[in-house]
Design a protein around this ligand. Sequence first.
Ligand code: ARG
Length: 587
Amino acid sequence: MGMHVSFDIASSLDQALRSAAVAAGLEPESFSPEVRAADPRYGDFQANGVLAYAKARKLNPRALAEHIIAALPADVGEHCSVSIAGPGFINFLLKPESLLQWITAQDTTERLKSGATSLHHGQKYVVDFSSPNTAKQLHVGHIRGMVIGEAICRLLAFCGAEVIRDNHIGDWGTQFGKLIWGYKHHLDQAALANDPLEELERLYKLTDAATKSDPAVLDAVRAELVLLQSGDAENLALWKKIIALSSGAFTEIYQLLDIHFDHQLGESFYNDKLPAIYAELESTGLAAESQGALVVFHPEHPRFKTQPFIIRKSDGAANYASTDLATMLYRTEHFHADAIAILTDARQADHFEQLGLTTEKWFMRTGRPLPRFTHVSFGSILGEDGKAIKTRSGDPIKLKALLAEAVDRAFVLVTAKAPELPESERREIATAVGLGAIRYADLAQNRSSDYIFSWDKILSFEGNTAPYLLYAVSRVRSIFRKAGLEPNAASAVAGATPPESPAELALARKLIAFPVALKLTTEQLRPHFLCTYLYELAGEFSSFYAAEKVVVDDASIRARRLLLCSRTLLLLETGLHLLGLRTLVRM
Ligand code: ARG
């Protein structure tokens, strides 16, 4: 690991163990050190890989671990005490001087970023997220894709990846027949100006009902769709107008939540690229006609050997699968993606599994590079009754209303806690706390699970919540404010001595675990790992602050405690910003 402690200590230990394994005569290809965060009672990092290696060869794992340790490069011993635990785990406990070295070095967000860059350097990711359907209100279910997607993009970019953010809007399909007919016959201009999505949704519902009771309307709706698809100027213009109106409404929410895209290549963008896709899939023998439709089966798969992936409908029309195959090709050939991540809820799991399998075979047969593909799926948001969350009248809750309610509720809380602050400041705090609470509640859950939405829980100042973490940030800031110091002033922390007391050591050890949390989060595309880390860091800080007085007379003790405070603040703020939260200086 060199004379200096690197940012990513776990990776340095991994390398050191690999070279020790070679020196100790192991087969390097089949030895994986598996370095991870250790149980804090035993060390900072633990390597578990010796066990599997020894087991496969019927060797004594403890003896093998001893061999490897004896062959470790000398600088590992300078920085860590190394021990063997249990059946053959290798534990590394950083020495206080080395903890101090790491902590001192990580002095700015830029420094953290340059350290983190090695994690995904040179990787190009296309992240397809949010991707709502045109002319429909955003409701509470849409928030997951937005906030998880935004966090993943920020985190990957922080860790050195080149990230391309694409909002794959559902801007094509049979609904436009109804929307155009409704627009032509029943538009309420004033309502449209007031709330475009509300009016478009009304037109859609009204037309949909009319097609069911009146066959003449159904015919008229079909005729409008045919006109649109054949390039009729008036209908194309209306279609564009409807898309622009709904994009405008989406943008309002994106701005409120600080969500950004580089591209908005909706489904319609791929229209002219579809015939070539059908042709390739047929000529490579992957797709075949079945009852008029073009379908792909996967004989090796238990379900998809009989459940078709329909890539062109029997009436010749394109569908969700057709455009998604086109996105895979475009993102590979045009963007040169190394990895593609698409965020949707878990109900689309089959579609994306079939898409992944089909793309793999298709690209293999046509000699194309195959980007790693991840369906970043997530569960549903449930009401406190455990059922899909709804308004009292049974409609889905509109996202705009939910966000406004969050800010209102936070305002009441903030006012109760700090009535002395001017109203404008309380409003600002309430915005950060309210929006942060919604966002954090979503990110803090393992995305694969459903979660129960509860105002009391997400707005609580206790537990793994945004208010708790934002409050922790403002508390560390107030230590510096009261001492009349800048948190990142080098002078405040100059001459810091290594952490010594149990509380100092525990906090220091938590600080150096940041890269492990980043790595886990970006490899699995699961932001809750970072949330858990930040929550634990804030907890460790609380214990430290309860145990130790920070601004003491002894200059070196004061400096080392201020250093711990300063880096706690830096990691909390950096982490929360990566998750998309706004932090506050005071609250
Ligand atoms: N518009 C789709 C929906 O609302 C999500 C699209 C996700 N992206 C994709 N490439 N399929 O369910």
